[in-house]
Ligand binder design. Structure first.
Ligand code: IPM
Ligand code: MG
Length: 350
């Protein structure tokens, strides 16, 4: 599902990579579906029934991006972003993994000093199906002649426990440190978050659990990101922290993500948005989408070797000096979206 803006063009590159892997023996059944504004334009709904059905039956979903200025005044439910939110909710994709890994070749493209971010490898895990995004009551209504806007931060202990557990499980596979981020000093829902995180932590004595308030976490992430191994947090805080974290890597165009449900079914998408201002110009960075394919191979298809081969191919083209505009530095070779995709394919097959 390419979606809108730069979504289709970056997804096309990711599909090229999948097709290249097919040549190397990967078994693949691929179908394409309309989603977001593109689906609204053609079928009158951002998440048409056939797209939802295809998502339900697929083993994995590769998603581009959705949105566009022209849709922002549509009623809620018909806006492109609603398609992504509905997909997450309908498929119960509660665990969103956003690995933040710096490629040494891109150290200069980040606005952070090189020694702060070199060799950074942290994993941000964001809850994706609850919180202010879905809590009721919500909406805008009139009270005493005045408009009032309401959203509700709501978490059940079940929802907290399962995402925190995902954090512990991930930390176990890494450096065994989990930082849970909340706002327990002010918000009751977050007080519960912290309590449940502590309770689940009892099951994981081998993982060191720490807690930070979201404001302090935002600061710590910019000051010394390498102190983190795995971060687990709620939907809204995770949305904000992941954009901040993307800047550590040099460009949000580099970040992949996966969103899994309890059965391990996943939606794989770059963290970046639809970027309508650069859409269709062959300048967008497809690496976030291509690296999402690597996540799909690792987490969805359980093919770690294939995942590593894709990541290594990305590393190779970066080492060769190829750069899209967002990560370009003097002395490098500026390439467009298609050429970057082709270069990764060549590196993969070469
Ligand atoms: C993200 C995006 C989405 C979100 C938008 C497009 C609804 O910002 O995946 O981080 O807020 O979750
Ligand atoms: Mg976001």
């Amino acid at each position: 599902m390419g979606g809108d803006g730069i979504g289709p063009e970056v997804t096309r590159q990711a599909v090229k990579v999948l097709r290249a892997l097919e040549k190397k023996g990967l078994k693949l059944e691929l179908s394409e579906h309309l989603v977001g504004g593109a689906a609204y334009d053609q079928l009158g709904h951002p998440l048409p029934e056939q797209t939802l059905e295809a998502a339900r039956t697929a083993d994995a979903i590769l998603f581009g991006a959705e949105g566009g200025f022209q849709y922002e005044t549509l009623p809620r439910g018909l806006r492109p972003g609603d398609a992504l939110l509905s997909l997450r909710k309908e498929l119960d994709l509660f665990a969103n993994y956003r690995p933040v890994i710096t490629f040494k070749e891109l150290a200069g493209a980040s606005s952070f000093k090189a020694h702060i971010i070199d060799n950074l490898d942290l994993l941000l895990i964001r809850e994706l199906t609850s919180d202010l995004y879905f809590g009721e009551p919500r909406g805008v209504h009139i009270e005493q002649g005045m408009r009032v806007g309401i959203n509700t931060m709501r978490y059940t202990e079940f929802e907290i426990a399962r995402i925190v557990r995902a954090g512990f499980e991930a930390a176990r596979m890494r450096n065994r440190r989990l930082c849970s981020v909340d706002k327990a000093n002010v918000l009751e829902s977050m007080e519960l978050w912290r309590t449940v995180a502590e309770e689940v932590g009892q099951e994981y004595p081998d993982v060191e659990l720490s807690h930070l308030y979201i404001d302090a976490a935002a600061m710590a992430l910019a000051r010394n990101p390498k102190q983190f191994d795995v971060i687990v947090t709620g939907n809204l805080f995770g949305d904000i922290l992941s954009d901040e974290a993307s800047m550590l890597t040099g460009s949000i165009g580099m970040l992949p993500s996966s969103s899994l449900n309890a059965k391990g079914k996943g939606l794989y998408e770059p963290v970046h948005g639809c970027a309508p201002d650069i859409a269709g110009q062959d300048i967008a960075n497809p690496l976030g989408s291509i690296l999402s394919v690597a996540l799909l191979l690792r987490q969805g298809a359980h093919l770690p070797t294939a995942a590593i081969s894709v990541e290594n191919a990305v590393r190779r083209v970066l080492a060769d000096g190829l750069r899209t505009a967002d990560i370009f530095e003097p002395g490098c070779i500026r390439v467009g979206t298609e050429d970057m995709g082709d270069a990764v394919v060549n590196a993969l097959l070469g």
